[in-house]
Design a protein around this ligand. Structure first.
Ligand code: ARG
Length: 259
């Protein structure tokens, strides 16, 4: 039994080593070509990442940012769609190099993976039906049915609420669907995503209530071994903030920044 565990661990280690870093592509002349940066995201989180209905491309703030960062750092960006709760395992298994997915830098995650410097200030908020007058703040959620996306900071926040019946869904669109269908009393999700959803869908059916539950910083996650790419992305982020490109991308999705 012990031997088997040892063999499996060794195999996993070997896989992780093979999988880390950008995959090197060789050009026809044998010279090393641009390295591919394998990016994982859960593209159901507008305006950060979502699939454009017409072009089928992945679009959003995170997508524009990671493409600009990859270019700045000398990588070719290749985006893969994954379940949100599958992103950290995929990083640790070396299937992807980085995860950008509106991901909050948390203590628990930072024990398992690396994060770049924060790139966006966010927070959690409560969303409920416009017709619901009983829920106005966090306290009102006690004993209520709450929808959240599985593996998120919202799920963690909801589970701290006394007697709450927390229902977890794979995707944020399922969370909104359940709320609209009346299967839950409220949902907890990232504020900018709730705001964008209400605005773009012209969704008078739903409203945001209460103040920000938790202030959060988004970061790009990498495997613990991947300090080299982390350094390059941090340098690239600093450069894009300096040269105005970050602001351009920010304004495209959120309007003028209040500084
Ligand atoms: N910020 C939250 C977290 O990190 C939610 C992120 C969900 N992202 C997504 N693409 N669905 O836990």
């Amino acid at each position: 039994m012990k031997k088997l565990i040892l063999i499996i661990s060794l195999l996993m280690l070997a896989l992780a080593v093979v999988g880390c870093g950008g995959g090197e592509k060789k050009a026809a002349d044998g010279k090393a070509a641009v390295k591919v940066l394998k990016i994982g995201t859960n593209p159901d989180f507008a305006p950060f990442e979502f699939q454009d209905e017409k072009t089928k491309d992945y679009a959003g703030f995170d997508m524009d940012l990671i493409k600009a960062l990859a270019k700045q750092a000398g990588y070719e960006a290749k985006v893969t769609s994954l379940a949100f709760d599958g992103l950290l395992p995929a990083l640790m298994a070396g299937n992807i190099d980085v995860a950008i997915s509106g991901m909050t830098i948390t203590k628990e995650r930072a024990e398992k993976v690396l994060f770049t410097d924060p790139y966006y200030k966010s927070g959690l908020s409560i969303i409920t039906k416009t017709s619901n007058t009983a829920i106005n703040n966090l306290k009102d959620l006690e004993g209520k049915k709450i929808a959240v996306q599985i593996g998120t900071s919202s799920a963690m926040a909801a589970k701290k609420i006394a007697n709450a019946n927390v229902r977890e869904f794979n995707n944020v669109s399922d969370v909104y669907m359940e709320l609209k269908n009346g299967g839950v009393d409220a949902a907890i999700n990232d504020l900018p995503v709730n705001q964008y959803y209400i605005k773009t869908a012209n969704n008078k059916e739903l409203k945001i209530v209460g103040s920000i539950l938790e202030a959060e910083d988004y970061g790009i996650a990498l495997d613990k071994k991947n300090t080299e790419v982390q350094k390059k992305l941090n340098a690239a982020l600093a450069e894009l903030k300096k040269n105005g490109e970050y602001d351009k991308i920010y304004e495209k999705w959120f309007g003028k920044q209040i500084k």
